[in-house]
Design a protein around this ligand. Sequence first.
Ligand SMILES: Nc1nc2c(ncn2[C@@H]2O[C@H](COP(=O)(O)OP(=O)(O)OP(=O)(O)O)[C@@H](O)[C@H]2O)c(=O)[nH]1
Ligand SMILES: [Mg+2]
Length: 416
Amino acid sequence: MGGRRAGKTSVLAGLVNTMVNGDIKNLLTINDVTVLIPGQESLTNKIEHLKESVKSLKGKTFLVDDSKTNSFTTHNLQLEIPGTSNNMTIEFKDANGEFYESRASYDTHGGSPISKEQIINAVKEADIYVIAIDTPYLMEAVNPRNELCDESINMAYNHVDDIHSYLTYIDDKDGADAKLVLFVPIKCEKWVHIGEADKVTQRIKDVYKTVFKALDDYKNLQVDIIPVETIGAIEFKEHQTAMICSNNDFVARKCCVLNDETEVRFSDGTSRQIMQDDIIDEDPEGRISEFHSIIRPYSWFHVTGNEYAPHNCEQLAYYILQFVLAKYLFLKNLEAQKKEKEKKKKSWWKYTKIVLIAWFSIPFAIIYWAAGKLIEKMGTISYEELNALINSIESRGLIKHNTEGICNVKKSQLGI
Ligand SMILES: Nc1nc2c(ncn2[C@@H]2O[C@H](COP(=O)(O)OP(=O)(O)OP(=O)(O)O)[C@@H](O)[C@H]2O)c(=O)[nH]1
Ligand SMILES: [Mg+2]
């Protein structure tokens, strides 16, 4: 979840890339088994695109690519224990930021409008929620030297209220169906590099205070903040008023105006003197959404490194894997308890009245129903294999805690 062009697909691409090609390979074989639908960009392509932008934009100050995800897409990763045929599939859903504007009903694929209901259903079905937060708007809103950005722009761009209302549809089935919510600031290279990752985390705690408070009421829900650099080599430089330039030679191009309105800088980082036939206006696309009249400034970035160098994408992968595995173990335990209770229930049946059956059945029915249904969903990996996997992730010290802005906000009942 997250605002338009906040970096959701880039995070997902980085996450899948580290799962398939990173150190996790030693523990699990992970394959991207997504069947692409027409018009859907593969995550491998997305990574290639990000790598290319680091190379081609070196030395320039530019706007990040503005092409949006054009459909509600699903990516499937298959996890397999090496040397066995036991596997489980994780399904990732990704949509463009427009979907999270709560009043939106967008025509995105084949003419069928995606409605609020579809997002709500996706929220109800999911186990894990990754909230991608655009760090430049988050941090610049409280930068006293930046007159172009304020809290209303940050709140609207990052859809803080919309995401809050979508998250209220999470149902942890009274604790039986554990959930994980990850708040992931992205485009955060600048703040990480100057040692201010903790300030980013603190801002998230302030801005999402009411969201955290609402999530606190769940019995079995884990909340973490994990700053991730999905590119690593591109830093936020400045905000500039969102402008658009056209003239006889080209149609409208996104730009900003510099040096006492004598120079224009285009989104690809090229700049030149303003010419007589240039028509320069405020960019209507700078509006935060079709429902907001607020115009946001554009975030300009510059390349600081030589290559694509994502950082902490693997943490996202470890947090997700550890949660999926621990949840599976938790459900297996519930199932074992269920069998035990059923045994007892049979022997008690002979001696007790119907009242007692109701006493046994009602409180546990939801929990056991959930356990059975979820275990089906979670594949064929055995209890022992899961236990061994979780132990090796922990014993290798792969998961970072309380460093680089990574912090736990709320623990679930899964014991991780
Ligand atoms: N500096 C920096 N730029 C990033 C990062 N992640 C993404 N970007 C840039 O932001 C652009 C938009 O990212 P996407 O991943 O397409 O954003 P999105 O949220 O999926 O966009 P929609 O699906 O269209 O709403 C990318 O093309 C990158 O150029 C990051 O971690 N750092
Ligand atoms: Mg996207």
